[in-house]
Design a protein around this ligand. Structure first.
Ligand code: ZN
Length: 273
């Protein structure tokens, strides 16, 4: 039986009452007391999953994974929620439906110039936790002969205004919305998103892309707009755009949320808001 059914309906006690005074019965009662918190936790998780705007077939798959190993799920979730509490913008939902305030600017931006990182031009900035993870990731890639070129990082609200207006002018409103974000709706304003390499589909054919697909999650980076997910994410496939969410969150995403960042983020948003 599905653990979510158990969570919703509760488990009936079918054991005989003749054992009421036996040690076996007592230990069973103790066990049920311990199980109850997990049952109510599962019911709360189910409620948030239902609100997270996840397509039903994927929702079923996610529930099955949680059902198959709930202890690991709650362990990771507790770690991720502790991070989200301490640093709310690290896992914040930012997309076409939920925008950042116009005046949001991270307080811990680090300039990437002269840090030894590979950059397309001077002036790129990232939030400290993303920067530190990128340094570790770039060193690991370099040891395997791969260079990770940062072509875009933090973008202010004002800069997004410029980019979006330019795209609308060049390609029209509809196409501009497929390929770029309205001001306030860009993960780049968080200071934790990076565009690597050429920022074109050709990037997917490079050694750097192959390396990132295989290893980025180990450093807390996650591909935001995967191939074939435009109906869900609202954006065309961007093989070059990664967001830093931390290694506990990438583990949760990989093991339970089918590797899809927006499913995890939307779930956390439903749960924490
Ligand atoms: Zn990007």
């Amino acid at each position: 039986m599905c653990v979510f059914a158990l969570a919703s309906c509760g488990r009936g006690n079918s054991q005989g009452s003749a054992q009421a005074a036996s040690p076996q019965k007592l230990s069973q009662q103790q066990k049920q007391t311990q199980e109850n918190p997990q049952k109510s936790a599962l019911a709360a998780v189910e409620e948030s999953l239902e609100k997270a705007e996840i397509p039903s077939s994927d929702l079923t798959a996610i529930k099955q994974r949680i059902e198959a190993s709930p202890d690991r799920f709650f362990d990771l979730l507790a770690k991720v929620e502790a991070v989200a509490k301490q640093d709310p913008y690290l896992l914040k939902r930012v997309d076409k439906k939920k925008s950042l305030p116009q005046d949001y600017e991270p307080g811990d931006l680090v300039l990437l110039d002269k840090t030894g990182l590979s950059v397309s031009r001077p002036g790129h900035r990232l939030r400290k936790p993303a920067y530190e993870a990128l340094v570790s990731m770039s060193e690991a890639a370099r040891k395997e002969g791969v260079s990770l070129l940062v072509s875009s990082a933090y973008r202010s609200y004002a800069y997004q205004v410029e980019v979006f207006a330019r795209n609308v002018k060049e390609m029209g409103q509809k196409e501009a919305e497929r390929v770029s974000a309205h001001p306030g709706a860009s993960q780049h304003q968080l200071g934790t998103a990076i565009d690597f390499g050429s920022i074109t589909d050709a990037f997917a054919q490079t050694k750097a892309s192959a390396w990132l697909v295989k290893n980025a999650a180990n450093y807390g980076f996650s591909l935001s707009y995967p191939k074939g997910m435009e109906p869900i994410t609202g954006y065309v496939w961007e093989s070059w755009h990664y967001r830093y969410i931390g290694t506990d969150a990438t583990a949760l995403q990989t093991e339970y949320f089918l590797g899809v960042q927006c499913y995890l983020i939307q779930f956390l948003d439903a749960r924490l808001s």
